[in-house]
Design a protein around this ligand. Structure first.
Ligand code: NAG
Ligand code: NAG
Ligand code: NAG
Ligand code: NAG
Ligand code: NAG
Ligand code: NAG
Ligand code: NAG
Ligand code: NAG
Ligand code: NAG
Ligand code: NAG
Ligand code: NAG
Length: 525
């Protein structure tokens, strides 16, 4: 690694970023080192993870890079739409999807013991949620899955973090429930009834490990059915068996042509929009904590229905993941599980994404990585957004006492296009994350870079003569789609491991400069 010094020519007007020197009352709870966790649609489990004897080494490396920085592995949620059409077959193997031969829609995902056995291929200490099918309305199917998990997950007491009954039950179709009676009231009655029946078959340590809710908070009317506050008010957690309440979070979608038209870079990459949407979680966090539980985002991404090409597979998506995750942490969301998968087709008849040829996966363009080569997306590789995980992991760190605070933008800086957070370890600010949301695209040149740059003065938090170390997350532009040109502290991560020398910038005068479409993490010495 080597150090470079910022030139003294850092733009004239450095604006003061105010960072409280001790954590105020509004600082977050201690951060879970697994803050940035993951979710995978079970139908594509084999592509992402392989099996117990032949794990996907690339995906495993992608996890390890995060764990190296936080000291813990992300919590893995195999879950999503295909969970609600899954079946356990004792004679089956790894998850196999059955698709409609005309539309290509997945209507069944079947797995046997090998699915649960594959959990043992992950490093020790990795924890999982277990997906149970609620959509089919057959307790027998869900019960068989739960019992099989206990039988086939090695070290189940450590590895099984939670059972999750159903995915986005507020979205169920007429084939899944009688929609004239389905809603929060019916959900709570059925959820309590099924979890009680399944608990009777589970070993005692697992009986209080349920996830509840798992429905969306999108403003769209179709997914507002199951909200944490409402479920708690209806007595869902009496007796208390819920480990965590879960809500899903997608502000935009490509499920229909109309919704896809609104999923644009200027709409998505606006800090005011991000915080308004993520802020919908605040009362749910409070409700969950009052009930003695916690709130997690069990599934989220920027654009539902598998993303939008040239919007979710660009460098700017990395900045979006960071801002969304850190803002959620600032309002005491415990963990966020960023969703990974491939096109399902079944979600609407006019979605813009398609599967690959001959049943090959049409991997979602919001994925952090493409786990295998595929005809539609090309070779296995990291997407430009992957580096967000390294940034967040280093902001959170291995400390179990980190607390986070969202900072106000400096005077004269647009709150729409700027985000900053500080992380305290104990009583002092140790790390400062800044995102400059002013768009800098690849073709904007030097003048564009200068016009979109922000200079900040953080000398007040740097007691030792303005000294600090800084890592930069950058790319030739917000619209960069080639991960080879996306760097975290000078290194590219396209193929799973770092290429290039690590660059630690030395801040010596308390001034930092951030170009448009860049983020930095300052390490206060
Ligand atoms: C988050 O939790 C901490 C306590 O751990 C509390 O002091 C703080 O006010 C909470 N933040 C919000 C936004 O509620
Ligand atoms: C595990 O995956 C390998 C490679 O795809 C395959 O050859 C093997 O049969 C699989 N094992 C099981 C138990 O499915
Ligand atoms: C699709 O499946 C149906 C029922 O299994 C079968 O009759 C039909 O020939 C199949 N069509 C194609 C194009 O494979
Ligand atoms: C429920 O499962 C049964 C048995 O696998 C299957 O025939 C049926 O189509 C499923 N129903 C739904 C709504 O998924
Ligand atoms: C759905 O529930 C309503 C109200 O109880 C009932 O009238 C209707 O017959 C039910 N529909 C089906 C398909 O069971
Ligand atoms: C669940 O509901 C069914 C049918 O209403 C009932 O027979 C069963 O006893 C209930 N089970 C539990 C554990 O409450
Ligand atoms: C987000 O930002 C844009 C500006 O591009 C604004 O027009 C839009 O209405 C905002 N809201 C949402 C929900 O996208
Ligand atoms: C960001 O979104 C807000 C609405 O939430 C809008 O008022 C504002 O103009 C947008 N800012 C930019 C720079 O587009
Ligand atoms: C993405 O952008 C590239 C380059 O601007 C363009 O060639 C391609 O058609 C775009 N893809 C889609 C799906 O819009
Ligand atoms: C940058 O490119 C995106 C497409 O990736 C476009 O939506 C946006 O308007 C461009 N912004 C500027 C400032 O040129
Ligand atoms: C990743 O591998 C590809 C194919 O071998 C290569 O072209 C690319 O330069 C590599 N990128 C990095 C950052 O190592």
């Amino acid at each position: 690694m080597f150090r470079i010094f910022l030139l003294a020519s850092v733009a004239s007007a450095a604006r003061v970023l105010h960072v409280p020197l001790t954590p105020p009352l509004t600082a977050s709870r201690p951060l879970d080192p697994a803050l940035t966790s993951l979710s995978f649609d079970p139908a594509f489990w084999v592509e992402f993870w392989g099996n117990e004897t032949h794990p996907n080494a690339f995906s495993m490396q992608m996890l390890k890079n995060v764990a190296d920085r936080t000291g813990v592995y992300p919590v893995i949620r195999p879950g999503g739409v295909t969970q609600d059409s899954s079946t356990y077959d004792p004679a089956g193997g790894s998850p196999v999807r059955t698709t409609d031969n005309v539309t290509g829609a997945i209507y069944r995902t079947t797995w046997g013991p090998a699915f649960y056995e594959s959990f043992a291929a992950f490093p020790g200490g990795t924890r999982f949620t277990v997906p149970l099918n609620f959509g089919n309305d057959s307790l027998a199917i869900a019960l068989a899955e739960a019992i099989a998990a206990v039988r086939h997950v090695k070290d189940w007491e450590e590895r099984i973090f939670a059972f999750e009954l159903g995915n986005e039950a507020g979205n169920y179709k007429a084939t899944q429930r009688n929609l004239s009676t389905w809603g929060p009231a019916a959900y709570v009655v059925e959820w309590k009834n099924w979890t009680a029946a399944i608990n009777a078959a589970l070993p005692a340590p697992l009986r209080t490990r349920w996830w509840a809710g798992s429905d969306g908070i999108t403003p769209a009317a179709v997914t507002v059915a199951l909200q944490t506050e409402d479920l708690i008010a209806r007595g869902l957690d009496r007796p208390p068996i819920v480990r965590e309440f879960s809500q899903h979070m997608y502000a935009y979608s490509s499920c229909t042509l109309t919704s896809a038209a609104a999923a644009t870079v200027p709409n998505i990459q606006n800090h005011t929009n991000i915080t308004a949407f993520v802020g919908l979680l605040a009362p749910k966090v409070v409700a969950a904590q009052k009930a003695g539980s916690d709130l997690v985002v069990g599934e989220f991404n920027s654009v539902s229905c598998s993303g939008k090409p040239n919007v979710t597979d660009i460098f700017g998506q990395a900045l979006w993941v960071i801002d969304t995750t850190l803002y959620a942490a600032s309002i005491n969301v415990s963990r966020v599980h960023i969703h990974q998968g491939a096109t399902l087709v079944s979600q609407s008849n006019s979605q813009i994404n398609i599967p690959g040829v001959n049943g090959t996966p049409g991997f979602s363009t919001y994925n952090l990585w493409y786990p295998v080569d595929s005809p539609l997306r090309g070779r296995r590789r990291a997407n430009p957004s992957y580096v967000s995980q390294l940034f967040i992991a280093e902001a959170v760190s291995k400390s179990k006492t980190s607390r986070l605070l969202a900072l106000e933008p400096p005077a004269g800086v647009s709150p729409d296009l700027f985000a900053a957070y500080t992380v305290y370890d104990g009583e002092v600010p140790r790390r400062i994350a800044v995102i400059n949301w002013q768009t800098f695209n690849r073709t904007m040149g030097k003048a564009g870079a200068a016009a979109t740059s922000v200079s900040l003065d953080i000398s007040a938090v740097l007691p030792r003569r303005g000294r600090a170390t800084l890592k930069r997350l950058t790319a030739p532009g917000n619209d960069e789609t080639d991960s080879d040109f996306v760097t975290w502290a000078g290194q590219a991560w396209t193929n799973g491991t770092a290429r290039g020398k690590e660059v630690l910038e030395a801040v010596s005068d308390g001034k930092i400069e951030i170009r448009g479409s860049e983020a930095v993490l300052v390490f206060v010495n």
